[in-house]
Design a binder for this molecule. Sequence first.
Ligand SMILES: [Zn+2]
Ligand SMILES: [Zn+2]
Length: 337
Amino acid sequence: MGQLEYIYSSEKNFFAAEVKLPEIIADNEVLVKVSAVGICGSDLYHHKTYQGDQLRLGHEWIGSVVKKGSHVSHLEVGDMVTSSSTLGCGECSYCLRTEVNMCENPVHLCSEKLGALRNYLQISSFNAIKLNSKKPSDVLLEVMAVAEEAMALLEANKIHEPKKALVLGAGTVGILCAYLLQEKGIEVTITDVQTGRVKRSLDVGLKGYPLNFLMMDKSAHNQFDVIIDATSDRESSVSGWSLLPVFGTKNLVAIMVGKYINPIEIKPDQLSKLASRLVFMRGVPLNTLEATVKKWSGHLDFLASKLITHHFEAEKLNEGFEVAANAKVSGKVVITL
Ligand SMILES: [Zn+2]
Ligand SMILES: [Zn+2]
């Protein structure tokens, strides 16, 4: 059984490399045939900035088990599975609490070592979460788990029952966060600088506005007791940080979902006036991914129909990344393998 993996090099191109599959896998491992991979903002960031010659991308994936080790009891051949974007060692104190996102010895999908853009993925069964459906829309599960983790952090850190929430950034993560907040009965506004993204948020039934509109509308200022920042600055988008004092109320809880690379200026006085609580997210623990699968696996058709805008075969990876990088035209881009 031969297989391909798709490697990105400083030549700014993906190339397909043949990889020999092992005849035997370890007792605790599974071999998975990857069927689909969603391209994420962090993939795009690394794709844009990488200087070396062997980057492996893709961490939002689904696939079916084709082989399992003799000690694997919770999975059968044919089961659909996914994993967190960080594969935990399964042995450290964090992993024992299912916090693979904090693992002492992790393997990150989307690194020089390993990515999901390959025909077969060999992982320890500890990291493989069984899905409840075989639907292609389940490829959104990992991003939904990011949004569910943001909700869990909000629940753990809220000062009182949230009344009005603002989501900064209407990429897939932002839209799913807003969708979940709305599901909880909280009044939600979502905003972005890209009008195409704002339109997509309207398509899923959210109240979305272009950022410049909200900036000019004084009645929207200092109105929100929850702010979910899903902007990040990895794609040099408008950083949500500067907007917290503009839109937050007193006792603001802000969940910082996106990753920040560039230095930011914090004005402590402005934030202390709001008595704000800033919570930083770092990946998704396995128990959140499991809860997400339980709730959403097989039920993502509607959201996928609105949020996934393009599919590409793996042979057209370069084109797929080009389209994904153009936020004016694309939502979630999915690569089929
Ligand atoms: Zn991602
Ligand atoms: Zn670990």
